[in-house]
Design a protein around this ligand. Structure first.
Ligand SMILES: Cc1ncc(C[n+]2csc(CCOP(=O)(O)OP(=O)(O)O)c2C)c(N)n1
Length: 628
């Protein structure tokens, strides 16, 4: 190996002092560093291997942080973090109190904006550019967006607004992959551009010029522009970006750092017209197993880098896998079921469904709003659409849920995965708002099954039901089946289950919190306090009969949810008891008006005081229950 440049780079200023010829070595070191460390820590992997050269070239050419880079989604920003002074802390990435897995301005002035959801970069960058103009500043602003993220409606809205931007560039990091293959007409358009023989010769000629340095600086720039200009007339009519007012440059080889540097220098001279630089990269570049299976290596748990990822010999079945099994079974019996995914086929466990039912699976790209309204259209014509989606991404589609599904009262099923705290992805990804943004919508029903049996019953109900239904479930291992509920009746949904009875206090919990409530009740019992524990599988509507009966029996109620308190499950209980004039002392356990950082779910539960011993102590103290 070479000189160990990486150890000497604690900021991009130091990178910029290096001779351009050293940059390939820096890239090699950076890539190896990511392989060595992410194999140990886990995290986003393949996208970061793909963005190494682009990151080095951007920081080399632009005067960051004065010139600003906005990373879309932010899962590919590990090389950026390492080059901007966070190399020594890198092992803490995604861990409790450690570095965030995404750009975070609290962490570094080089992280221009909070991010974690896809498609925001162009709009953010345009806002930064407008603010810069209003302050009469001249710094350059770059949005870096993947071909996957570019499928989101928000990115299109940004593109539509870019035409007047100055000192502004969008880098399209095109690896033809989102998490799975990028879907839609845009992806096809890009591959047409890339396949065009004229562009291939553009790429070839740039390679020749750069390979034949001493042409440098302006001369090189002029040479590249000449080639680009020469082929432009052939391509302009079919290039959507030129039609949107961009100066389109590319496609260029995103793994040739010297070439990237020269082209970026050229882009920098284009101050009056926004530039769209189309960069071709390979997801997982430099680590063969990831190159050949970028989907599996998108996000990884720790693995042995000499052999690659383990062969799925996990002991615990997850909620996601359980839902996958149930929906595949249901689809065998019911040919009206169609599953819709917004670029999260594998994440939501739909790989098997998609394979078994290719005509009844639609991946719409990172387009949550479209996914929901599209499902509305299907439901309006008698199809049974199931939108499989993470809680945090469904919030993009609030208006569509209200206007296009609940208002026309259409039987769309929302299979809401990752409901609750998700762990290492942190504050941009916790699924802790969906009850609040769904519960108040007329016609919506919400279930949170705690085990496989309850999940089967909830789905069976939803398929027969004539109105929208949400089934929310968390990340992680599904509980052993103990559910004793009768099948959910269509008319009267009595779906709460009393798991334990006791006269001193009633704990009403949902999802993951049910097992915490049971464990807390055990500790309480040891202290002579007897608790009733109820699993409130139906969050909307509430099982009023069980609720009112419990409240009359014992006027001390504790609600437990891994969700925000505002508008959440506990709030629903308070509202209902208040409306019914039932006087109770109520403690709501949940998230009180703050964003939760990253860390293991267990650590976050401890921080929030949700471990059984913490819960028991809090209940005794707040309820002023005497221990015997
Ligand atoms: C709104 C939203 N939906 C879904 C996701 C999940 N997600 C994270 S990265 C990713 C794929 C991004 O693909 P691309 O932009 O092409 O980047 P690449 O990983 O290929 O470099 C998806 C779907 C997200 N972060 N935000």
């Amino acid at each position: 190996m070479t000189e160990n440049y990486l150890d000497k780079i604690s900021s991009p200023e130091q990178l910029r002092q290096l001779d351009e010829k050293k940059l390939p070595d820096v890239c090699n070191e950076l890539r190896q560093f990511i392989i060595d460390h992410v194999a140990q820590t886990g995290g986003h992997f393949a996208s970061n291997l793909g963005s190494v050269e682009l990151t080095v070239a951007l920081h080399y050419v632009f005067n960051t942080p004065e010139d600003e880079i906005v990373w879309d989604t932010g899962h590919q920003a590990y090389p950026h973090k390492i080059l901007t002074g966070r190399k020594n802390e890198f092992d803490t990435i995604r861990k409790y109190k450690g570095l965030s897995g995404f750009p975070s301005p609290e962490e570094s002035p080089y992280d221009t904006y909070h991010v974690g959801h896809a498609g925001t970069s162009i709009s953010v960058a345009l806002g930064l550019a407008k603010a810069r103009d209003l302050k009469n500043k001249k710094n350059h602003i770059t949005a870096v967006i993947g071909d996957g993220a570019l499928t989101s409606g928000l990115a299109f809205e940004g593109l539509n607004n870019t035409h007047n931007a100055k000192n502004f560039m969008v880098v399209l990091n095109d690896n033809e992959v989102s998490i799975s293959k990028t879907m839609g007409a845009f992806a096809k358009h890009f591959s047409k551009i890339v396949a065009n023989p004229k562009f291939r010769s553009f790429k070839h000629n740039i390679g020749k010029i750069i390979g034949g340095i001493p042409l440098v600086g302006n001369k090189l720039t002029r040479a590249i522009l000449r080639i680009q200009g020469g082929i432009k007339h052939i391509l302009v009519p079919q290039n959507v970006f030129e039609n949107l007012g961009f100066h389109y440059i590319g496609p260029v080889d995103g793994h040739n750092v010297i070439e990237m540097v020269e082209i970026l220098k050229m882009c920098k001279t284009e101050t009056d017209t926004p530039v769209l630089l189309h960069v071709m990269t390979k997801k997982g570049y430099g680590f063969k197993p990831a190159e050949s299976d970028p989907e599996s290596y998108h996000g990884v748990t720790p693995f042995d880098k000499t052999i690659g990822l383990p062969n799925g010999n996990k002991s615990n079945t997850t909620y996601t896998e359980t839902f996958s099994e149930i929906i595949c079974d249901a689809a065998e019996k019911n040919d009206k079921i169609v599953v819709i995914s917004a670029a999260m086929c594998s994440g939501t466990g739909m790989t098997k469904f998609a394979k078994d039912n290719p005509k009844r699976f639609v991946d719409v790209g990172i387009a949550e709003q479209h996914a929901v309204t599209f499902a509305g259209g299907l439901a309006a014509r008698g199809i049974t659409p199931v939108v499989t989606i993470y809680s945090t991404f469904l919030q993009r589609a609030y208006d569509e849920i209200e206007h296009d599904v609940c208002l026309p009262n259409l039987p769309v099923i929302f299979a809401i995965d990752r409901a609750g705290l998700v762990g290492g992805d942190g504050k941009t990804h916790h699924g802790v708002f969906d009850i609040s943004y769904l519960r108040h919508l007329p016609n919506m029903k919400i279930f949170m099954p705690r085990d496989k049996t309850a999940m089967e019953k909830a789905l069976a109900f939803a398929i027969e039901n004539k109105s929208p239904c949400a089934i929310r479930y968390p990340r992680g291992a599904v509980l052993q089946s103990t559910c004793n509920l009768p099948d959910f009746a269509q008319e009267k949904i009595t779906s709460w289950e009393i798991l334990k009875t006791g006269g001193d206090v009633t704990l009403i919990a949902i999802g993951q919190m049910v097992s915490k409530a049971l464990a807390a009740a055990k500790i309480l019992e040891e202290k002579g306090v007897n608790a009733t524990v109820i699993d409130a599988c139906s969050i909307q509507p509430l099982d009023e009969e069980t609720l009112f009966a419990a409240a009359e029996r014992c006027q001390k109620i504790v609600t437990l949810e891994d969700h925000v308190l505002a508008g959440g499950f506990g709030a629903a209980i308070v509202e209902r008891l208040c409306d019914k004039n039932i006087d109770c002392k109520i403690i709501r356990i949940g998230i009180d008006d703050k964003f939760i950082e990253h860390g293991s779910v267990d650590e976050l539960y401890s921080e929030l005081g949700w471990q059984p011993d913490q819960l028991a102590e809090r209940i005794i103290k707040k309820m002023q229950i005497p221990e015997s």
